[in-house]
Design a protein around this ligand. Structure first.
Ligand SMILES: Nc1ncnc2c1ncn2[C@@H]1O[C@H](COP(=O)(O)OP(=O)(O)OP(=O)(O)O)[C@@H](O)[C@H]1O
Length: 227
């Protein structure tokens, strides 16, 4: 595996190009995140953090530039190949957990593994291990509505890690939580990243949390600068 888990080269993105409503959000972003590294992405609201995470995670395409995951060039690949790569290589966590309400915590972690053809038995075992690692063994059978906000978000981390991705992308993962819960959830995130050795890019407005990561990059005028 290449050390540069995520490499963005010259990423540019304009919404509604060629119209009066055109918005150039990214204008030549270069960014590398290495295996085992957790990088904070900070920027003012509307600066393009979500857009950048979606492009890095192959949910959206850039107008120009290259996205490399584990050294593999993803730009220009067809939708099926990008979806396959995303399912195997990338885990996402959002501000709101997006867990499936009708399924239990464990089932929410099992389902993405079934999409990758893992057996139900192995998927269940991994869900149990992951829930245990964030202190939620006793909540495996609970539905999201029966969990606290912090518990829901820890389950969302477990789901993002279900397929052992090499890259974790998080968009304001503690933005919806009170400060004490945010601290607990962030500690769980840091520990999971350290234990798995994956790369993580975490968008946050919280400078205290950003300061606890390995590195901070700021999105400014369409480009990325180190802080
Ligand atoms: N689908 C779209 N069509 C047009 N403009 C868009 C679209 N998506 C985002 N934008 C614009 O692009 C800019 C960047 O949006 P983005 O969501 O990436 O910012 P952000 O830094 O994540 O913001 P926040 O911190 O508020 O979540 C914003 O000005 C937004 O209005």
């Amino acid at each position: 595996m290449s050390d540069a888990t995520l490499e963005l080269r010259g990423i540019a993105k304009t919404y509604n190009p060629g119209t009066p409503g055109a918005v150039t959000v990214l204008d030549g972003v270069d960014l590398t995140v290495s295996a085992g590294e957790i990088v904070a992405l900070v920027a003012p609201s509307g600066a393009g953090k979500s857009t950048l995470l979606h492009i890095a995670g192959l949910l959206d395409t850039a107008d120009s530039g290259q996205v490399l995951l584990g050294g593999q060039e993803m730009t220009g690949r067809g939708d099926a190949a990008r979806t396959r790569a995303r399912r195997r290589e990338v885990g996402f966590v959002y501000q709101f957990h997006h867990l499936l309400p009708e399924f239990s915590a464990a089932e929410n972690i099992v389902l993405p593994q079934l999409a990758n053809a893992v057996s139900a038995k192995d998927a269940r075992a991994r869900a149990v291990t992951l829930l245990d690692s964030v202190g939620l063994s006793a909540r495996a059978g609970h539905r999201p509505a029966q969990l606290s906000g912090g518990e829901q978000q820890r389950v969302a981390f477990c789901r993002a890690l279900a397929n052992a991705p090499r890259l974790l992308l998080a968009d304001e993962p503690t933005g919806n939580l009170d400060p004490a819960t945010s601290d607990t959830v962030f500690a769980a995130l840091m520990r999971l990243v350290r234990e798995t050795g994956m790369a993580a890019l975490v968008a946050t407005h919280n400078m205290d949390l950003a300061a606890r990561m390995d590195r901070i990059v700021r999105l400014e005028a369409g480009g990325v600068v180190a802080v």
